[in-house]
Design a protein around this ligand. Structure first.
Ligand code: NAD
Length: 268
């Protein structure tokens, strides 16, 4: 099996990545950063997000596995002191393939500028930095609400415990094939009326945000996981549950709600 290791720059992650490389070579795995079948991230959730974006053009061939060197790991099943056990599991255990939904994001521009397409593992948000964002929210082709406020976020189920949770979104079990639209500080008055609560959409639905730009230079910040794009001339953004999914190499089962409890509540 061809394996790539992606790590952050922290001293512990560098040390853990070096030890993992050595153990994998001893076990006759081929290290291949360009064309891997297994991508192991060493760091935190952010490192796994980076690894996903590095290899998101090969999602049908790559499986991901996360080793965490810090605390709080939603995408990281293994601890830094478990490398021997991890390599042993790779060699001896049958892997259970687990896949989770991704978010498909298309940004359409005005004045014939070509549209841009992205995949998000956690979420995508749109905000205006200094003024309120105005957007008509369509679900499928029907106008659902006229939004006015700081911004909007659309999250995947695995991303529901990340930024989505901080803005009052629900935590979704990652096996649910859905996406969640959550408001960021909406303004409600007689003209702009929003639902005021997060909504969960099914795979047959899509969300279109039509932006009521004041002029072509109206400036938006659009995020795709860690990536922040500063954009003008944005006409609309379309969010769908992607055809592609992320595949994790699972050698141990971590109960999702236990992980949520341990991360956010602690000892009960
Ligand atoms: P970062 O290093 O600032 O990470 C922010 C925190 O989010 C870290 O503790 C990380 O472990 C956690 N996190 C990331 N994905 C998670 C997930 N799926 N479930 C639970 N926790 C998760 O930022 P980064 O490394 O650049 O990662 C970007 C992600 O961080 C974004 O996709 C966003 O969801 C999240 N984020 C959250 C907030 C917030 O909650 N207010 C703010 C900024 C970024």
């Amino acid at each position: 099996m061809r394996v790539a290791i992606i790590h952050n720059k922290k001293a512990l992650s560098l040390e853990v990545a070096a030890k993992l490389r050595e153990l994998l070579q001893k076990a006759h795995y081929q290290l291949d950063q360009d064309d891997p079948e297994l991508v192991i991230s060493v760091g935190g959730d952010g490192t796994l997000l980076s690894a996903f974006h590095l290899y998101n053009h090969k999602l049908d061939q790559v499986r991901f596995l996360g080793v965490h060197t810090g605390h709080l790991g939603f995408y990281t099943d293994w601890r830094d002191y478990e490398l021997d056990e991890l390599v042993d599991s790779l060699c001896t255990q049958e892997e259970k393939a687990i896949s989770y939904p991704l978010l498909d994001v298309t940004i359409h521009y005005r004045n014939g500028k070509p549209s841009q397409h992205f995949l998000a593992l956690n979420e995508s948000t749109i905000r205006r930095s200094t003024q309120t964002l105005e957007a008509d929210v369509y679900i499928k082709d029907e106008l659902f609400e006229k939004f006015r406020g700081d911004g909007l976020s659309v999250a995947t189920p695995t991303g529901s415990t990340a930024y989505n949770k901080s803005i009052g979104g629900a935590v979704l079990h990652p096996r649910i094939n859905a996406m969640q639209l959550t408001e960021i500080a909406s303004l409600n008055n007689r003209v702009f009326r929003t639902l005021g609560s997060p909504i969960v959409l099914s795979p047959t639905e899509w969300v279109e945000l039509d932006l009521a730009a004041i002029n072509d230079e109206t400036h938006y910040t659009i995020t795709i996981d860690q990536l922040a794009l500063e954009r003008t001339q944005v006409k609309c953004i379309v969010y769908k549950i992607a055809k592609e999914r992320i595949h994790f190499a699972s050698y141990r089962h971590t109960h999702f709600w236990r992980r949520v409890r341990d991360s956010f509540i602690g000892e009960v």
